[in-house]
Design a binder for this molecule. Structure first.
Ligand code: PEP
Length: 250
């Protein structure tokens, strides 16, 4: 059985002290870590401080890394740097990286490979634009992103990978994919991964849904067979709403 996983992606929000307050409020709410793996993706500068309040089971994800080890790459942050700050995971391929910062599948793949080589877990985000869904090519788009994102990874590397299906039209818009739309895409992703890596790896792979997840829709989404958790943006910025999401099991 796949254990549910829910991660709050803070994006470019919250100062260090605001982040610490949020994390402490969430932890104080007593989330059952036997029922759900959960964690936070703060900004780079907050990673080290947030780490102090977490236990070894919490996910602490960076929101990005660069694919080189070190060198003259002003403004970039390496895998070793985020690991030294306490991160055990990194979000890669987020639609904001793809569309605002023009990261190609090739760049994302280099980052994925660098992350797993360095021992980080990876949340690889994939998702179609509204135009692509309207044109009926959402499955093709998403599976292409999965294939290119995972290129060069072996079966062992796949143990460090989580895929987050985040339809771009649902991110930060208040529009959520229906349970059926999410389930259909998650099933497609799992069967595609099964063709690439075999049934065991596909069955163990956690596939998260992301896109306007809120306390009001988490239970419904989590009831889908192939939805194994969520990547939560806006609703992870307030302890009250994030705790309600994390306690979907109640
Ligand atoms: C995200 O940032 O990954 C996300 C899904 O954002 P939101 O929940 O705000 O749509």
């Amino acid at each position: 059985m796949r254990k549910p996983l829910i991660v709050g992606n803070w994006k470019m929000n919250l100062t260090i002290s605001e982040g610490v307050n949020l994390v402490n409020s969430v932890i104080d709410a007593g989330i059952d870590q036997l029922k759900v793996d959960y964690g936070f993706a703060p900004s780079f500068v907050a990673l080290g401080e947030i780490k102090k309040y977490l236990n070894d089971s919490h996910i602490l994800a960076a929101q990005n890394i660069y694919f080189e080890d070190s060198g003259a790459f002003t403004g970039e942050v390496s895998a070793d740097m985020v690991i030294s700050a306490g991160a055990n995971c990194v979000i890669l391929g987020h639609s904001e990286r793809r569309h605002i910062f023009k990261e190609s599948d090739e760049i994302i793949n280099k980052k994925v490979r660098q992350a797993v080589d360095k021992g980080l877990n990876v949340i690889l985000c994939v998702g179609e634009l509204l135009e692509e869904r309207e044109a009926g090519c959402e499955v093709e788009t998403v599976l292409r992103q999965v294939a290119l994102g995972l290129k060069g990874l072996n079966s062992d590397d796949m143990k460090k990978v989580v895929i987050a299906y985040e339809p771009v039209w649902a991110i930060g818009t208040g529009k959520t994919a229906s349970k059926d739309d999410a389930e259909t895409m998650h099933r497609e992703i799992r069967s595609f991964v099964s063709k690439l890596y075999g049934e065991n790896i596909a069955n163990d792979l956690r596939i998260l849904y992301g896109g306007s997840v809120k306390p009001e829709n988490i239970k419904e989404l989590m009831s889908a067979e192939n939805v194994d958790g969520a990547l939560v943006g806006g609703a992870s910025l307030k302890a009250e709403s994030f705790v309600k999401i994390l306690k979907f099991y109640e």
